[in-house]
Design a binder for this molecule. Structure first.
Ligand code: HEC
Length: 103
């Protein structure tokens, strides 16, 4: 019985950690983003993350850190069409992925 409790514990731990693969957004990132996109707030990045997860992650699960800024920029117009989103939404998503992109 003890073993089962232990296994469930490991399972929950794994699931919880799986979620943390998602990037954590804080004021620090918002300030970093502001140097590229002036006026970017934590809320905007959170919105971008939400939109990215809804519109882009349904087809592939790339972390923003997987590609460099220019790759995200290059693919955005084509992917925006695939995701059927307007240019404003693309811009918000781009702010998010660019901020956390591969250096
Ligand atoms: C309908 C499914 C679909 C949606 C929605 C979608 N993509 Fe894609 N995406 C693909 C496919 C399929 C590929 C691989 C084909 C290719 O490389 O051109 C791809 C490739 C990419 C790549 C390049 C990957 C590489 O290995 O070079 C990037 C970057 C990307 N998508 C970003 C996005 C972003 C950002 C969004 C949301 C705005 C998005 N995608 C939405 C299907 C989708």
């Amino acid at each position: 019985m003890k073993k089962i409790v232990y296994l469930v514990g490991i399972l929950l731990f794994t699931v919880a950690c799986g979620d943390t693969k998602e990037v954590i957004i804080s004021q620090v990132e918002a300030e970093r983003a502001s140097t590229i996109f002036p006026g970017t707030t934590t809320e905007m990045l959170l919105e971008g993350q939400k939109l990215y997860n809804v519109h882009c992650m349904k087809c592939h699960q790339f972390s923003p850190t997987k590609f460099k800024v220019h790759t995200w920029e290059k693919y955005m117009p084509e992917m925006g069409k695939l995701a059927n989103i307007d240019s404003k939404t693309q811009e918000t998503i781009l702010k998010y992925v660019a901020t956390f992109s591969k250096k």
